[in-house]
Design a protein around this ligand. Structure first.
Ligand code: MRU
Length: 350
């Protein structure tokens, strides 16, 4: 199985530095909230579930040095750390979900005394990490039912072990299908500008011994038209109440192409990626990143100096293009307004 992307190690957070892959497998060691913030912002740790885990430990590290004696002062320090970490990246709801969870746990245990409260917060971050492992395996178990022996699955960006603690959402389904004895091949597009598909998904799948073929983003239509793909399976950063899903830029293109070629388009994500407070996907905040990511490739300029650039990091796939949303609870199908709500209130996986 893949090596853990993120772990609590000797009072700090040990994280695979994904910006260095596939050239080398190196680790970052974060001992304060600032280094966690930077690791998230620079995509050294990335993928919605992994961001949620990292930010929870970021809270632990951020309040570690608080010398306050009463809860009211401690809460001030805690809120400051939480507000700061909330600015790391805007789209993946898991970041805000984890911060809310940490805030809630502190509040519920406000009478415990500060040293005990710090211990409780560390325990909660560790719980979020452990739960991610369990949730991903459940997603794999539920989703493998949709995979047939001999399928060739197109995926985008990286929704694998690297985007979670150790198993993945979309790729977790592929791992589980293989464990069930099904033969599965994968196509992955590069996922420009930051090439998570080319750099990370190929690396991860090759290490796992899964047959993987890399294509450029613009080749998807041709590859589908040639009949090389049987279904599309990707992750999500935030799911609105009507089933619209934000995911890595380029996902929407794939959904339209899948629809045009009459093939299923599946989203795999934990219910912690649901944001049922948003009615529709157009309310999801979309991160816009530095233009340098588009004008350069591995630090080398590829576009003329002075060219105008637009660099949205995510897009929103409308619910009507999504065949099903696979979570740890089960498989949600349209109408998502009802099926997503039912998943959150369903105690089956509590
Ligand atoms: O910018 P990134 O690399 O953090 O974007 C990641 C994605 O879009 C993933 O598909 C998504 O977070 C799901 S990960 C299980």
């Amino acid at each position: 199985m893949p090596v853990p992307t993120i772990e609590w190690h000797r009072g700090g957070v040990k994280i695979i530095d994904q910006s260095k892959l596939p050239k080398k497998l190196t680790y970052l060691y974060c001992t304060d909230a600032t280094s966690i913030w930077q690791a998230i912002r620079k995509l050294q740790v990335r993928g919605a579930p992994a961001i949620g885990v990292a930010v929870a430990f970021g809270v632990v590290l951020g309040i570690k040095g608080s010398t306050t004696k009463n809860y009211r002062d401690f809460e001030k320090d805690l809120n400051e750390v939480i507000d700061y970490l909330a600015t790391a990246r805007p789209t993946a709801i898991n970041l805000f979900w984890a911060l809310e969870r940490m805030k809630h746990v502190a509040n519920v245990n406000r009478d415990e005394g500060i040293p005990e409260l710090k211990r409780i917060l560390l325990n909660e971050a560790q719980k979020i990490l452990e739960e991610d492992k369990e949730v991903c395996r459940k997603i794999g178990e539920n989703g493998q039912a949709l995979v047939e022996n001999g399928d060739t699955i197109l995926t985008h960006c990286n929704a694998g072990a690297l985007a979670t603690v150790d198993y993945g959402t979309a790729l977790g389904i592929i791992y589980r299908a293989r464990e069930e004895g099904k033969k599965v091949s994968v196509y992955v597009d590069e996922s420009r500008p930051l090439l998570q598909g080319a750099r990370l998904t190929t690396w991860e799948l090759m290490r796992e011994g899964i047959d993987v073929t890399l294509i450029c983003d613009g080749m998807v239509g041709r590859v589908m038209e040639e009949g090389r793909i049987s279904k599309v399976l990707v992750g999500a950063d935030r799911v609105a109440a009507n089933g619209d899903c934000a995911n890595k830029i380029g996902t929407y293109n794939l959904a339209i192409l899948a629809h045009a070629h009459h093939m299923p388009f599946y989203i795999a994500c934990p219910t912690s990626s649901f944001d049922l407070t948003l009615a529709r996907g157009n309310e999801i905040p979309i991160e816009e990143r530095d233009g340098d990511e588009v004008t350069t490739l591995y630090g080398r300029r590829i576009a003329p100096e002075g060219v105008k650039v637009y660099n949205p990091a995510f897009d929103v796939t409308p619910a009507h293009l999504i065949t099903a949303i696979i979570t740890e609870v089960g498989i949600a199908r349209p109408l998502y307004k009802e099926s997503l709500k039912a998943q959150v209130t369903n105690p089956k996986f509590q």
